[in-house]
Design a protein. Structure first.
Length: 94
């Protein structure tokens, strides 16, 4: 894995690491109501690296620009991106 992994790795063992969400749904309802507002609130509440779930899909919100550049540009081959979700991200952000 890339050098960034230990620096930005967030433990998912604690509910304080991110929103608890609902059983089976995770944070899908909150995300569906206001996508941008939900992600902004996660960043404000939990910081630059926030694990959460949408349904059964584990997600990770990255808010640090250097980490984003590393994940998407510099070391992209070392990070797994779900194809289905990634298709929607491309549709939203280009």
């Amino acid at each position: 894995m890339a050098d960034i992994a230990p620096q930005y790795a967030a433990p998912v063992t604690s509910h304080e690491a991110g929103p608890r969400g609902l059983p089976l749904l995770g944070s899908a309802l909150d995300f569906g109501r206001d996508q941008l507002g939900f992600l902004e609130s996660l960043s404000r509440t939990y910081g630059d690296v926030v694990p959460f779930r949408i349904g059964g899909w584990p997600c990770l919100l990255i808010g640090d620009m250097a980490a984003i550049e590393t994940i998407l540009v510099k070391d992209h081959q070392n990070f797994i991106k779900n194809r289905i979700i990634w298709r929607h991200v491309r549709a939203l952000f280009g």
